[in-house]
Ligand binder design. Structure first.
Ligand code: PLP
Length: 390
C-alpha cells in the first residue's frame, strides 16, 4: 500500500484539472447511494438534466455518461459520423492531438491543420479550409475551446461566423472539457452540434462524468451515422432521461455532487463565475510578467482564464521546479504535455478558488522559483495582489 503522509493544512491542487473540489460538493458525494430506479433518483435526474442545460447555454438535451472526457470525445464522433468520413481538426496543442489520434484510430480521415502550440484556431484558416472544400466532403469540424496544454482559448463564436460566411454544412464539434463553467460558452448561440465536456475541471467535481450537449442537426446526423456503437449510443439514454433515469447504473454519487456544483455555479451566476476567472487569469499573467518569465500563449485575445502555461528560462527544467514546489509547499502544478514537456509548467486557476487561493498559489510559485535556482525577478505576487485588491 502507498504510504499515507498527513500534512498540516490543505494540499494546493493547482493543476488545470482535476480542480479542487469544494467542501459542499464532497459532502454531497458522501451521502448514501440510493436506488437508481427509484422515485428519489428520478427527481435528482430530472433536476440535473434541466440545470445542466443552463451551463451549456442550450435548450437541447445534454447526455451525461459515467466516463472520462476521453469517453465523451469518442461519443461525439461515433454518434454522428461514419467510418471514412472526412473531418477537419486543428493542432492547437496536446489535447487537440489526442482527439485527432482518436479520430484516426476510429477510421476517420482527418485533415489536421498544423499549429505552433502558442495560438488557438485561426478563424480565417478555418474559413479558407472550408471554402476550398467545394464538394462539401468535410463532415465535421472539431475544435478544442480551451487548449489545456497551452493556455490558449480558441474563439468559438468567430469560428462559427467563419463557417456561416462560407455556408458550409459540416457539423461543428467543440471540446469544452476545461472551459465549461469557467469561461463563457454558448452551445445554442454558436450553433455547435456536439459540445463535449467532463466533470473534473470547471464543474468542480472529481473525475468520472462525461457530457455531450447535442443539437437537432447532430440528432439528424445520428440517424444515418454508420459507426458501430453501444455504450455511447445516445438513443436509450435520451429515452430514459425523459423520466430522469439511465438504462444502465449511473454514477449516483457523482450526480449528487453535480447537483450541488450546479446550484453553486448558478447561484454565483455564470457571468460572475466568468468574471472571477478572467481576473485570476489577468492577475496570474501580471505575476508572470513581473517575474520576467514568458506566457506560452502569444495571442492576447486568446489568453486563457482557466490556466496559464509559463515558459521556463532556457536550460531550466519545469518538472524540477514543480518537484521542488510539491515537496516544499505541498502544491501541485500542471506538467508540460507532449511537445512542451519540461519546457512549461501550468498554473491552474479554474474551478472553486478565490482571491486568496490564487495569491497563495502565486506565492508558492515565487518561492519555488527561488528555491529551485531559476533566474527570476521578485515582485510577481505583489503585482498580482495589487491587481486583485482593487
Ligand atoms: C482534460 C482534458 C481532456 C481529457 O479528459 P479526460 O477526463 O482526462 O479524458 C480532453 N480535452 C481537454 C481540453 C482537457 O482539458
Amino acid at each position: 500500500m502507498a504510504e499515507v503522509r498527513y500534512t498540516a493544512g490543505r494540499h494546493f491542487l493547482q493543476i488545470p484539472g482535476p480542480s479542487s473540489v469544494p467542501d459542499p460538493v464532497l459532502q454531497a458525494i458522501g451521502q448514501a447511494t440510493i436506488d437508481h430506479r427509484g422515485p428519489q433518483f428520478a427527481k435528482l435526474g430530472l433536476k440535473i438534466l434541466d440545470q445542466i442545460k443552463q451551463v451549456f447555454k442550450t435548450e437541447s438535451p445534454v447526455i451525461i455518461y459515467p466516463s472520462s472526457g476521453t469517453g465523451a470525445w469518442e461519443a461525439s464522433l461515433v454518434n454522428t459520423l461514419s467510418p471514412g468520413d472526412k473531418v477537419l481538426m486543428f493542432e492547437t496543442g496536446h489535447f487537440a492531438t489526442l482527439w485527432k489520434n482518436m479520430a484516426e484510430k476510429l477510421g476517420l480521415e482527418v485533415d489536421f491543420v498544423p499549429g505552433d502550440w502558442r495560438h488557438g484556431v485561426d478563424p480565417k484558416v478555418a474559413e479558407q479550409k472550408l471554402a476550398a472544400d467545394k464538394n462539401h466532403e468535410i463532415r465535421a469540424l472539431c475544435v478544442v475551446h480551451n487548449e489545456t496544454s497551452t493556455g490558449c482559448a480558441s474563439r468559438i463564436g468567430e469560428i462559427r461566423e467563419a463557417i456561416d460566411r462560407v455556408g458550409h454544412p459540416a457539423l461543428f464539434m467543440v471540446d469544452t472539457i476545461s472551459s465549461l463553467g469557467s469561461i463563457d460558452y454558448r452551445h445554442d448561440e454558436w450553433k455547435v452540434d456536439v459540445t463535449v465536456s467532463c466533470s473534473q475541471k470547471g464543474l468542480m467535481l472529481p473525475p468520472g462524468l462525461g457530457f455531450n450537449a447535442i443539437s437537432d442537426k447532430a440528432l439528424e446526423a445520428h440517424e444515418t451515422a454508420g459507426f458501430a456503437r453501444s455504450y455511447w449510443d445516445w438513443d436509450s439514454i435520451l429515452e430514459n432521461n425523459k423520466k430522469g433515469f439511465w438504462h444502465y447504473t449511473p454514477a449516483t454519487n457523482l450526480l449528487y455532487g453535480l447537483s450541488v456544483a450546479l446550484d453553486m455555479l448558478l447561484e454565483e451566476s455564470l457571468d460572475n463565475v466568468f468574471a472571477r476567472h478572467d481576473r485570476f487569469g489577468e492577475a496570474t499573467r501580471r505575476a508572470v510578467e513581473a517575474w520576467g518569465l514568458e506566457v506560452l500563449c502569444q495571442e492576447p485575445e486568446e489568453y486563457s482564464s482557466v490556466l496559464t502555461a509559463v515558459l521556463m528560462p532556457e536550460g531550466h527544467s519545469a518538472d524540477e521546479l514543480r518537484k521542488v514546489i510539491l515537496e516544499k509547499y505541498d502544491m501541485s502544478l500542471g506538467t508540460g504535455l507532449g511537445k512542451v514537456k519540461d519546457k512549461v509548467f501550468r498554473i491552474g486557476h479554474l474551478g472553486g478558488l478565490n482571491d486568496l487561493t490564487l495569491a497563495g498559489t502565486l506565492a508558492g510559485v515565487e518561492m519555488g522559483l527561488a528555491n529551485a535556482g531559476v533566474p527570476y525577478k521578485q515582485g510577481g505576487v505583489l503585482s498580482a495582489i495589487e491587481y486583485l485588491q482593487k
